[in-house]
Design a protein around this ligand. Structure first.
Ligand code: BGC
Length: 919
């Protein structure tokens, strides 16, 4: 009897304890400068972000405490924030003692919930500082000791070093002119490729920091590096444009060691390092790589190798002033694809199909006689006869050539190049190859996947897949236009139109923060922004509307979507310089001068007898973007408290809009260009007087109807088309456009088997023929900018853009549950009913946000997950809140849900947690 009584008490205490645990908030993922345990930061005030979790609803943080120490057991504290009453959990800045070069810091966090209940200390995290002072560089820049020939073979560098004592910690810091791979005792250092990445090298050259403690040991060690021409000196752009940043190929490699006895040592490149031409006979970005393994240097990466025939290295006086730490995620390998098919084309080529247009390289495992060769060509598509098609790669050879050494099974993959392809053609004299000899591996910046978007419609899901693959293929340290032809450049226009969509699919905060610094670095003295960044085109070419506006649009997007105020501070001068450039080019507030790409690749029928080509006056576009950039500058000035600028540019903006109305609009509100893009931009950027906006939207809708429910927009109009329609009461028309399957449309490429977004609406025509090979990429993300609208409008995932609420601190959910076709044609094309389900999610800095709705004959179920420490405003198209239930009960009876009833909707305001609404 007594024991049962006791048992009850113990169970009771245990239950209370468990409830207590659940009531708490726990720390989940922790980020330092938005990355997990980053190595090599040169920001002396890093920022911390922590994701919280709880099984309960309405959980908030009321206070936090951060501790930072140079010892993992927190005995040597350099900062203890103590308990800070604050609900901030994103980008909390370090405020402790001065941070030291290359020092490792450990940090942890404790939080208190809204009831003052404390969490446990989080798991200990760490970061390592980069090289903070030029004098910390002890290594010397070195280059080869022989005269390079025209092939520019990739040099190998080596040095054996004796390590006298037991190592406690060792850090390698490496960069190069060209690309590098570093090695210690035969092993590659780190998992990054194409390092040091691409920046405007002469102004900003990134180095990488690696923990190599486990790779070194007491006694003899072999250090090595391979270099390739890379972006530094491979031909880029057109017309044999080599040596864009210099002609030397150089290495800077330093290892800082701390021994267990507390003493330290530094090993670095100098003239005692030896070098020799490697088996990589030639390596260029567009053309590919040639490896002749008959020329193998043998075991040069390991101790005991005889390098008597190698050359001493030449020290170079390059300096260290342009060196910067790596801020974004490095390029790493991701998915591996095995071939889906090996085939012989009508022309007799042996071709392998990987089933996905991807970016990376092929790995081949083959065996043959000495001197046998394996040649791999890359292509995105087969032509209508099923032949291997490379004309659209223009001058890019995109070919990897391997020569065998006859010594058994050999593994081949390139080092300093990459290609965009779905198909490969196998040439050379190897017999009996099968598809099992080949794999394809993708390469892209190692950004976290953050978003998912799935619906009841298979074509739409494939469109989302294509958008994501366009991003994977073109976010390779810089945002490139395309990954395959002789271009692969950081085109500014493409990047700005896609930046918001990109921020849904993946974590691009650091990626864009890094690249925008190069935008600022390459910006011209007069404020003009080059067409491509890093700029490898004519240094004075730039200032095109919609392209150069990357300087204002991307920072603002990163601010709103990630709560990143730092990018606004960092880019403010650049943003302002761009707006001032436009101002200086204008006469009477009208910017109608200079070269512009315009609404690039807008709809142009072949035989345009009827004037159906959707041409938009380029200066009309310029005036719209002039206003938009000025508006974003004003917004930024407000955030940064620059009141004088707010005043000055607000006056300017009024004048810009007035000049627009005077020049481009009739008194009745008709625009001089009647195109979709003209109306879309004018409406999106508030260029028209309020009272004329509704009828402008009507004209836009009529225009779309006149093309039988097709879009006609190019790069600049497309990103905003559906958003403008939804905003001005034409949501069903936007939906119809999205579901249009005939050219021009988003789904047309999907219906003919696209696995990425195409550069042109008709890259492959319905008769199977191609657009001009002069410009026909099958992996160009720009038109994928529709992804933004799919997430914000169909799934309804939005953040408030108000200061203090940005970056999903306050979530606004506005899904469109009702989507219908306004065209019978489009209805017929789509065999299924309009969407019955949309499931969107986004990993925010606060945690995972879910917006998932499903529709049956008479009921909508809407399931949302709101992260801890945020609130959400949920907009439901229901007038009577009594019709809404949550978790089976009337929403009015649920505690903690605030209800606001408006004329056309009910707004529910909720705290964190999982909710299931039905109505
Ligand atoms: C690129 C584009 C780019 C354009 C400029 C093209 O060659 O591939 O995407 O924006 O030039 O209009």
């Amino acid at each position: 009897m007594k024991t049962t009584y006791f048992k009850h008490i113990i169970t009771g205490i245990f239950l209370l304890f468990c409830m207590g645990l659940h009531a708490q908030i726990a720390t989940e993922t922790l980020y330092c400068e938005n990355r997990i345990n980053p190595l090599g930061l040169d920001n002396v005030q890093p920022k911390f972000t922590w994701v919280l979790s709880s099984k309960k609803r309405d959980k908030e943080q009321s206070a936090y405490q951060i501790q930072v120490s140079t010892a993992p057991n927190f005995s040597k504290t350099v900062w203890d924030s103590k308990k800070v009453t604050s609900n901030s959990s994103v980008r909390v800045a370090y405020q402790g003692a001065e941070l030291q070069s290359l020092q490792i810091y450990y940090w942890r966090i404790k939080v208190w919930d809204e009831n003052g209940k404390a969490s446990k200390w989080s798991e200990t995290q760490h970061w390592q500082m980069g090289v903070l002072h030029e004098t910390d560089w002890k290594a010397n820049w070195i280059t080869v000791g022989y005269k390079e020939d025209a092939m520019r073979e990739s040099p190998a560098f080596r040095k054996e070093v004796s390590i006298p004592k037991t190592i406690k910690h060792a850090t390698a810091i490496i960069t190069s002119h060209g690309m590098y791979e570093g090695f210690i005792n035969g092993e590659k250092i780190g998992d990054a490729y194409l390092t040091p990445g691409w920046t405007s090298y002469n102004k900003r050259l990134q180095y990488q920091v690696y923990d190599v403690t486990k790779m070194l040991h007491e006694g003899k060690n072999a250090l090595g590096a391979l270099l390739g021409s890379g972006w530094y000196r491979s031909p880029l752009a057109w017309g044999d444009n080599t040596d864009n940043f210099g002609s030397d190929i150089s290495l800077l490699f330093q290892i800082n060691i701390t021994y267990t006895d507390g003493s330290t040592a530094v090993i670095g490149t100098d003239s005692t390092w030896k070098n020799q031409k490697s088996e990589i006979v030639n390596s260029e970005i567009y053309n590919g790589e040639i490896i002749d393994t008959r020329k193998s240097l043998g075991a040069w990466k390991t101790v005991g190798y005889n390098d008597a025939q190698w050359f001493p290295s030449t020290q170079e006086n390059i300096g260290f002033s342009n060196l910067v730490a790596t801020y974004n995620e490095p390029i790493t390998k991701h998915e591996t694809f095995t071939p889906i098919k090996m085939l012989t084309t009508p022309e007799g080529d042996t071709v392998i199909d990987f089933g996905q247009n991807l970016v990376g390289w092929v790995q081949a495992e083959v065996e043959g006689k000495v001197g046998d060769s394996l040649i791999i060509d890359h292509a995105e598509v087969l032509d209508k006869n099923g032949n291997f098609y490379t004309a659209n790669l223009r001058a890019a050879k995109a070919e990897d050539v391997y020569v065998l050494n006859g010594k058994g099974k050999q593994h081949f993959e390139p080092h300093f190049t990459w290609q965009g392809f779905r198909y490969i053609r196998i040439k050379g004299n190897l017999k009996n190859l099968s598809k099992d000899n080949f794999k394809a591996v993708t390469l892209y910046s190692n950004m976290r996947n953050t978003g998912s978007f799935q619906t009841s419609n298979a074509l739409l899901n494939q469109l989302q897949h294509n958008i994501q693959w366009g991003q994977r293929g073109n976010f390779l340290d810089v945002p490139t236009d395309c990954p395959q032809r002789d271009e692969r450049l950081g085109w500014t226009g493409d990047a700005q139109v896609f930046s918001a969509t990109a921020a849904y699919n993946m974590h691009v905060d650091n990626f864009f923060s890094k690249w925008m610094k190069d935008v600022a670095a390459d910006q011209m003295k007069n404020g003009s922004v080059p067409h491509v960044i890093p700029n490898v085109l004519n240094p004075t070419d730039g200032g095109s509307t919609g392209w150069a506006d990357v300087s204002t649009i991307v920072p603002w997007n990163m601010y709103v979507l990630y709560g990143n105020k730092t990018i606004l501070k960092d880019q403010y001068t650049s943003m302002k310089a761009w707006v001032d450039y436009m101002k200086n080019q204008s006469h009477d507030d009208l910017w109608n001068t200079g070269f512009h790409f315009g609404d690039w690749l807008f709809y142009r029928p072949d035989d345009d007898t009827d004037g159906r080509a959707a041409i938009t006056d380029k200066y009309l576009i310029a005036q719209c973007f002039y206003a938009h950039s000025t508006q974003l500058l004003i917004n930024t000035a407000k955030v940064l408290g620059k009141t004088d600028d707010v005043k000055q540019y607000t006056t300017l903006l009024e004048r810009i809009k007035k000049a627009f109305v005077n020049e481009y609009m009739t008194p009745n509100g008709r625009l001089v260009s009647g195109s979709q893009t003209a109306y879309v931009l004018a409406l999106k950027f508030d260029m028209l007087p309020e009272e004329l906006r509704a009828q402008a939207a009507k004209r836009l809708a009529e225009n779309i109807k006149s093309y039988n429910y097709h879009l006609t927009t190019g790069f600049l109009g497309t990103p905003y088309l559906c958003a403008v329609l939804s905003k001005f009461g034409y949501h069903d028309l936007a939906y119809t456009l999205l579901m249009q399957q005939n050219y021009p449309s988003w789904l047309y490429p999907v219906t003919v088997g696209a696995t990425t977004i195409w550069e042109r609406w008709d890259g492959r025509k319905p008769d199977g023929s191609f657009q001009t090979p002069a410009m026909n990429s099958f992996n160009h993300y720009a038109y994928g900018a529709i992804g933004d609208w799919m997430y914000t409008t169909l799934a309804g995932i939005n953040t408030s853009s108000k200061e203090g609420e940005i970056g999903y601190k306050k979530i606004i959910l506005t899904p469109h549950f009702d989507n219908s076709y306004v065209s019978d044609d489009v209805k017929k094309q789509n065999k299924e009913e309009p969407l019955t389900e949309v499931n969107g999610s986004l990993d925010t800095y606060y945690g995972k946000l879910v917006s998932h709705w499903a529709k049956s004959a008479n009921k909508i179920t809407y399931q949302v997950t709101i992260p801890v420490n945020t609130t959400a405003e949920i907009h439901l198209p229901v007038i009577d809140s009594k019709q809404i239930t949550e978790d089976g009960k009337s929403v009015e009876k649920q505690k903690g849900i605030q209800i606001q009833t408006l004329a056309k909707e009910t707004i529910l305001t909720v705290g964190s947690g999982n909710y299931t609404f039905t109505f």
